[in-house]
Design a protein. Sequence first.
Length: 75
Amino acid sequence: MSEFDEETKQKVLEKLASKPWSTRDLAKVLKMKKKDVDKICKELIAEGKAAYWSSGSTTYVTTREKLEEMEEKRK
């Protein structure tokens, strides 16, 4: 069972849908602890709602839909 409620996870997911985020920046914007944002992102990835994306030097987290969109542009 998740230690975070669905409302909190949904808030993170909505931000992830706008653009790829580093968890540090996402935590600042959401005014949450980075450790908690890391856990929520891992849960969302495990649920298949989010994914990691790498720019080559930095790893970001984003939604599955946004990831597919960015990979298409990369081609």
